[in-house]
Design a binder for this molecule. Structure first.
Ligand code: DX5
Ligand code: ZN
Length: 226
């Protein structure tokens, strides 16, 4: 039987205030991963500001970048990504015409993720899930790295996994080996993490611990039935 289960991945999240900070972070994780999440913050949707597409377009890169847009009016950002970005992830809470924006992202040649803040229920994504590549479940309130995982998000992950066996479900915020197990067991297959990777004494080990824990959780989920 063909296995159409999603692939499990660890994606370091980089929240950078300058290009040099971004490049420093990239150099730390580059040998161990093939994807990086760029956290884009505008100081309006969340109370923090980072570099964005104009800075990223200036950099020569040899890896895949997913852009997590924690901004107001994400529609204004989509066309501005050029090099190396393979997926754009706006928040559903800030999109005015969700379906139109999904179409715009696709017609620009990107994959589409849609992020949900902690208070936003899984039901909000039902109408769009068949049109997108990833649902990103925020497991902290967006804005800052280093916050505690919100366990109440686990039922939401399970609910989204029930809607689709094949879609990528990413989790972002407070992800470490412990919470990656719980999220994998709930049905998540992509693990975005900043502090548990960048603050670790051994980055290669930290990435591998999160991946292994996620895989164990995913396997436990399959054993216990979906
Ligand atoms: C939260 C960002 C996350 C964050 C993750 O606002 O979207 O990507 O940087 O940081 P940790 O893993 O430290 O919670
Ligand atoms: Zn993020």
């Amino acid at each position: 039987m063909p296995d159409d289960s999603p692939h499990l991945d660890v994606v370091p999240a980089i929240l950078a205030k300058s290009v040099s900070e971004f490049e420093r972070r990239v150099a730390q994780v580059r040998p161990y991963v093939h994807k990086i999440q760029l956290d884009v913050m505008d100081g309006r949707f969340v109370p923090n500001i980072t570099i964005g597409p104009d800075h990223i377009n200036e950099i020569d890169m040899d890896f895949l970048l997913e852009a997590h847009l924690m901004v107001r009016r994400p529609e204004d950002y989509i066309d501005r990504f050029e090099k190396n970005t393979y997926m754009i992830i706006p928040h559903i809470e800030s999109l005015i015409h969700v379906g139109d924006s999904i179409d715009q992202i696709k017609s620009d040649g990107f994959k589409v993720g849609i992020a949900l803040n902690p208070p936003t229920p899984a039901s909000e994504i039902v109408d769009y899930i068949s049109k997108i590549d990833q649902v990103l479940v925020m497991t902290v309130h967006p804005g800052f790295s280093g916050q505690g995982f919100i366990p109440e998000m686990l039922p939401k992950i399970r609910e989204i996994r029930k809607l689709s066996q094949t879609i990528d479900i990413a989790v972002d915020g407070g992800i470490n080996a412990h919470t990656a197990y719980d999220c994998g067991k709930a049905g998540a297959n992509s693990f975005a993490a900043a502090s548990s990777i960048f603050a670790a004494p051994d980055i290669r080990q930290a990435v591998s611990d999160i991946l292994e824990a996620g895989k164990k959780g995913w396997a436990a989920r399959n054993r216990h039935g979906r």
